[in-house]
Design a protein around this ligand. Structure first.
Ligand code: TRP
Length: 345
C-alpha cells in the first residue's frame, strides 16, 4: 500500500492507523487523477476539484447528461464538504462549519472517512468537547453551547456508524470523552439534549451488532451510566439508554457479562422494574420504551441463572399473560415467550 493513501493526523497512536478499503482507494485515485496541484490537496487523499467541473456545472441539464449531472453533483458536494472541513481550522468559521457538516451527515456517505483521515479534524472535535467540561459542574451550559457541541456529537455519531471508521473510533477510545456528558443530571433542555445526543453516539455504535463495539463498551462504565439515566432520565434519554442496554444484552458476551454477578444482574433488573412500575402507575402510554424493556427481560430469561431469579423478581404486572398495556403484537409475543421461559404460564 502506498503511503499517500494513509492520511493520519501526525500525533495519533500508530494503532489507530487504518488502511483504506479498495472502494475508497479507487475513489481517492479517481479524484487524484483529476488533481492539478498536489501539495495543498494531499490532506484529502488527493482530492482536487477539477477546473472543468466548475465550467460544466453551469451547462444546462439535458436528459442525456443526467448521469454526468449526478456525478457532478457528487463532486460539488465533496468540494463543499472539503471546504467546511478546512473551515473548522478557522475559529471564526468553526461554529458554522460544524453546523453545516452535521447537516450533511445523511446525504454524504463519504463524510466519516473524510473527517477521520483529514489532518487535525478529530483533535478539533476533542478540543470542542473538552471546552464544555468546565460548564457541566456547576451547571452553566447555555443553549448555544449545547447546540454547538451537539453538532460535534452528530459528526461523532457518523464516525460511530460508518463501517470504515467505527473500529478506529473505538481504538482511539473516543466514546470515553462523552461519559462526563452522560454523568450529568441537570434537567434543563441544554443538558437533556447533550445527554440524548451523546447516547445517540453510543446507540450508533451498538446498532450494527458489532461485537467489537459491545466488547469495548463492556470494559467501560457505560452500563451504570445508562442505568442511572433509565432510572431518573426524561423520556427520550431513557429510551435510548434502554436501547443501549438491550443491545448489550442481545450480544452473547454482553448477556454473560451482566449475568456474571448478582450485583450486576440486580442493578439491571431493579431499574427495569422501576421503569415498568413507573409506566404502569403513571398510565403513560410509551410503547417504544415498553418494547425495549420487555426485550431486555426476555433476553435475561434466556440465561439459566438469571431466569431462575427473575421468576421471583418479575414485576407483578408482567406476570399477567393478558397484560393489556402491551399493544404491539411483536411485544406481546416477546412477553409470552418471557412467561414461557420462566414457566409462569
Ligand atoms: N465496573 C462495574 C462492574 O463491573 C460496572 C457496573 C456497575 C455494571 N453496575 C453494573 C455492569 C451493572 C453491569 C451491570 O460491575
Amino acid at each position: 500500500m502506498s503511503n499517500q493513501y494513509v492520511i493520519v493526523p501526525q500525533n495519533y497512536r500508530s494503532d489507530s492507523m487504518v488502511s483504506i478499503s479498495p472502494a475508497d482507494k479507487r475513489y481517492f485515485e479517481q479524484a487524484q487523477a483529476k488533481q492539478k496541484s498536489p501539495p495543498q490537496q494531499m490532506m484529502f487523499g488527493g482530492y482536487s476539484p477539477s477546473p472543468s467541473l466548475q465550467k460544466s456545472l453551469s451547462t444546462q441539464l439535458s436528459e442525456q447528461n443526467i448521469d454526468d449531472f449526478s456525478r457532478m453533483q457528487k463532486d460539488s458536494d465533496t468540494e463543499l464538504v472539503v471546504q467546511y472541513i478546512l473551515q473548522l481550522r478557522d475559529a471564526d468559521k468553526r461554529e458554522q462549519a460544524l453546523s453545516e457538516l452535521s447537516k450533511k451527515r445523511e446525504s454524504f456517505p463519504h463524510l466519516a472517512p473524510l473527517l477521520w483521515h483529514s489532518v487535525g479534524t478529530i483533535a478539533i472535535f476533542l478540543q470542542e468537547i473538552a471546552v464544555v467540561y468546565q460548564h457541566l459542574q456547576p451547571a452553566q451550559l447555555t443553549p448555544a453551547q449545547s447546540s454547538r457541541i451537539c453538532s460535534v456529537l452528530g459528526l461523532l455519531q457518523c464516525l460511530a456508524l460508518h463501517v470504515q471508521t467505527r473500529s478506529c473510533f473505538l481504538r482511539a477510545h473516543i466514546p470515553l470523552f462523552l461519559y462526563p456528558f452522560l454523568n450529568t443530571s441537570n434537567k434543563s433542555k441544554a443538558f437533556e439534549n447533550l445527554r440524548v445526543t451523546s447516547l445517540g453516539v453510543i446507540g450508533a455504535l451498538v446498532k450494527g451488532d458489532d461485537p467489537e463495539a459491545i466488547n469495548f463498551l463492556m470494559q467501560t462504565e457505560i452500563i451504570p451510566l445508562c442505568l442511572r439515566i433509565m432510572k431518573k432520565g426524561q423520556e427520550l434519554s431513557r429510551t435510548v439508554a434502554t436501547f443501549i442496554v438491550q443491545k448489550i444484552l442481545l450480544d452473547d458476551n454482553g448477556l454473560n457479562y451482566i449475568c456474571q454477578t448478582p450485583e450486576r444482574f440486580f442493578a439491571v433488573s431493579q431499574v427495569l422494574q422501576t421503569m415498568i412500575d413507573d409506566l404502569h402507575q403513571s398510565q403513560k402510554d410509551d410503547q417504544r420504551l415498553l418494547r425495549h424493556i420487555i426485550r431486555c427481560y426476555l433476553r435475561l430469561s434466556e440465561n439459566q441463572k438469571a431466569g431462575e431469579v427473575l421468576k421471583k423478581y418479575l414485576p407483578q404486572v408482567l406476570k399477567d399473560p393478558t397484560q393489556s398495556f402491551i399493544k404491539d403484537e411483536v411485544v406481546k409475543k416477546w412477553h409470552n415467550n418471557l412467561l414461557q421461559n420462566l414457566s409462569i404460564k
